[in-house]
Design a protein around this ligand. Structure first.
Ligand code: 13P
Length: 272
């Protein structure tokens, strides 16, 4: 199966009332666990790695593993840079063959975020790669930094889309990376005010969101949903007490498989 582009996959998922599951991976066990779940379901999937994680898994090593796994998979697999923060990192991901990149200019003023997003779109164009941008503030940064969640302004989102024509937009709706302190209170009103919206929207901070809220988000245009912490926590827990490395790796892969399987079933509309 050739490597897939999230632009195409999001379009088909959206048309079927589904969302594309986007799973953060930092090891072979996670990559294999994600694909082991996607293949029997026949669901496309996206493998991603965030720039802030590259100090542990350098892009030059994890990137080719993600790409090889995608090329050998029996379902369409997109390979994506999550939360790109610098143009150098975006450039490296594109040169490796990533089929999409996110540029996270959400902490910038609107004008600068728009200019940066356009710059990345120009860089991605020769590769045919898709681009995701973000507006509003998703709670906590991907690397655990403190950051208060702040819903995006729908008018600002519309303006951003008109000025950038970006392929996918992460819209903050009170969601947060990592573990939620209480029950997440998502701002569905922000999504409702955005209707109708053609551009696929992206939900970050998927860990801890209920299946019911995922379904409601999908109905309101969230077409890519990011899961990271749930996998990292499950894999860490599974590794505890393993008698040797190989048993540990197997348990880690099984844990990533279970997290992926659950989420892909919800995102593809399978009833609970
Ligand atoms: P979680 O860590 O909350 O699952 O969020 C994942 C994410 O949004 C990655 O960008």
């Amino acid at each position: 199966m050739p490597l897939a582009n999230m632009r195409d996959v999001m379009r088909t998922q959206k048309a079927q009332g589904k969302a594309l599951g986007a799973f953060s991976v930092s090891s072979l066990e996670m990559i294999e666990g994600v694909l082991r779940a996607a293949e029997p379901l026949g669901e496309p999937v996206l493998l991603q790695v965030a720039q802030c994680r590259l100090n542990v898994t350098p892009l030059a090593l994890i990137g080719p593993c993600m790409l090889a796994a995608a090329r050998n998979a029996r379902v369409p697999v997109c390979v994506h840079l999550d939360h790109g923060l610098t143009l150098d990192c975006v450039k490296e991901a594109l040169a490796l063959g990533f089929t999409s990149v996110m540029i996270d200019g959400s902490t910038l003023q609107d004008k600068e975020n728009i200019a940066l997003t356009r710059q990345v779109m120009a860089m991605a164009r020769p590769y045919g790669a898709a681009v995701e941008a973000e507006i509003g503030v998703v709670g906590r940064t991907e690397s655990g930094g403190d950051q208060q969640a702040l819903g995006a302004d729908p008018a600002q989102a519309r303006q951003f889309l008109a000025e950038t024509q970006v392929d996918a937009l992460a819209v903050a709706i009170g969601n947060a990376h990592g573990v939620y302190a209480g029950t997440p209170k998502l701002r569905f009103d922000v999504l409702e005010q955005l209707q109708p919206v053609d551009t696929p929207l992206v939900l970050h901070g998927g860990t801890g969101i209920s299946d019911g809220d995922f379904r409601r988000c999908i109905r309101l245009g969230m077409t890519k949903i990011n899961i990271a912490t749930a996998t990292f926590q499950a894999v860490t827990l599974a590794a505890q007490g393993a008698p040797d490395y190989f048993e540990m790796a197997k348990r880690m892969q099984d844990a990533a498989y279970a997290v992926t399987m659950h989420h892909l079933r919800v995102f593809s509309g399978e009833e609970a």
